[in-house]
Write a protein that binds this ligand. Structure first.
Ligand code: CA
Ligand code: CA
Length: 187
């Protein structure tokens, strides 16, 4: 089990309060230069035009928060975040991907193991939590969330505003108030 006092959990609680402008407080105060060996890496962020994507590596238990840091779209992953095309690594766990004003959509793939994904910006989001017992929350924007991995135990905390659709299995928890559409996984 994860340490409940870990930074990701605390951040998740903190950023749950402001509505639109979410400021990630971590990262920039940490040293930007690290000597070898390479930091653990849980996934890679990329930006192509208005699309920002975060793609987890297999074997990572991701704890992802997508927010805004100084006007930039920011992705934090407590399991380690790397920067690909269009993004800059700010610390071992924090990547920024340029002005949030030009971002049309955010896509997160968490893949295997028990992950936590929180998209705390009011943008259209596509979140695929993959296998494992995952926890997902999104904000405004029309979101598409997939926790349909063929097993119960996943939880969507909120879909926020917007017209949202969740693909979920029987035994997954999905709030009907904020997640307007619930569908079964395509088989
Ligand atoms: Ca997962
Ligand atoms: Ca939404």
């Amino acid at each position: 089990m994860r340490n409940p006092t870990a930074g990701g959990a605390g951040l998740l609680r903190r950023v749950a309060v402001p509505a639109a402008a979410v400021i990630l407080g971590l990262g920039l105060t940490a040293p930007l230069v690290h000597a070898a060996p390479a930091a653990p890496q849980g996934g890679t962020a990329t930006r192509f035009g208005g699309i920002v994507a975060y793609d987890a590596l297999p074997g990572a238990r991701n704890d992802v928060v997508v927010g805004i840091l100084l006007g930039e779209l920011a992705i934090q992953d407590e399991s380690g975040a790397a920067a690909g095309h269009g993004c800059v690594r700010r610390s071992d766990v924090l990547v920024t991907c340029g002005p949030v004003s030009g971002v049309a959509r955010v896509a997160v793939q968490a893949r295997d193991l028990d992950d936590r994904v929180y998209v705390a910006v009011p943008l259209d989001a596509i979140v695929d939590a993959g296998t494992g017992a995952d926890e997902v929350a999104t904000h405004g924007g029309g979101d598409r969330i997939t926790v349909g991995d063929g097993a119960p135990g996943d939880r969507v905390a909120s879909c926020g505003a917007g017209a949202d659709t969740v693909e979920a299995d029987a035994g997954d928890t999905v709030p009907t108030a904020s997640c307007e559409g619930r569908v079964s996984p395509a088989t």
